[in-house]
Design a protein around this ligand. Sequence first.
Ligand code: NAD
Length: 331
Amino acid sequence: MPTRILVTGGAGFIGSRYVRTLLAPESELQVTVLDRLTYAGNPANLASVRGRPGFRFVTGDICDPQVVDRVVAEADEIVHFAAETHVDRSITGAQEFVRTNVLGTQVLLEAAVRHGVRRFVHVSTDEVYGSIADGSWPEDHPLLPSSPYSASKASSDLLAFSYHTTYGLDVCVTRCCNNFGPRQFPEKVIPLFVTRLLNGRKVPLFGSGDNTREWIHVDDHVAALERVRTAGRAGEAYNIGSGVELTNRQLTALLLEDCGADWSSVERVSDRPGHDRRYSVDTAKIRRELGWAPRRDFRTALAETVDWYRRHDSWWSSEANRGLLPRPPAA
Ligand code: NAD
């Protein structure tokens, strides 16, 4: 009997990449995607697997106990991506983040216990640790989230572990650094900057531009998630990172170069409130225990990503046409 995997949020950026990987041509897995199709969910991201015998798409909300009960009853394992994910949106409206990220995760966990799900991978973020001036966080570092987004993710991490401790649910939590790659909704910095620069528009750089992020290609994140799903230890957190750190100014310089633009295309905008200075995860555990390591060369992967957006303007201009992108900052 093939393993039946429920993927929540599988129409989004990382979830859809994960589903396409699970359903590689020789795969015998059965994959059900549960996705509410919010502004960030795009069915076109799953076009290549639609029609595959092992694939099923269910439009539904992870906060809805009835739909969740129905799909979890037919799942052996769950990989949980569904979330509200944009920090800036969480600052202007946190409620939806608490609803989906906290309540939605709890509804899934409860159904997973009820139906004896064998493995629950909760996809979380390095942002739960807060900001770190020097060095890198190990998995047992205290959680000190700064934004409503990261606070809601930290809350869901704790809930996930509580279902392991209290009910014996086989839970793994992953905490990855910033992802980039094709099909990322163009509100996040890399696709936002690339799509604007390719359209000859200006891009907004927060504050001093000194904030530092660690960047990983989505394919490396997806490969790590597969290692965790298939070999992770129950009740454990695994950091996922590349070690590639850039200030936002350095990242902007690379994107300007790849898009054929210069610094006249950059506007300084006032800093994000509560903006974390630096993130950095210690990945010794996943490397040692699960033999995972990132493979993609950052500079090559970034250039390929820019090229993907250049060649797929129909994908992102349809997003822009839906009127959902943040307005350009005031001049
Ligand atoms: P995304 O915003 O691109 O996609 C989120 C998906 O979840 C969408 O398809 C959306 O329709 C769906 N969704 C939202 N609310 C839902 C609900 N109530 N019920 C069902 N589906 C719902 O997100 P992403 O960037 O692909 O991130 C996926 C996961 O990975 C998130 O949990 C995020 O916290 C985590 N993560 C993201 C990054 C990153 O850099 N993007 C880094 C680390 C961790």
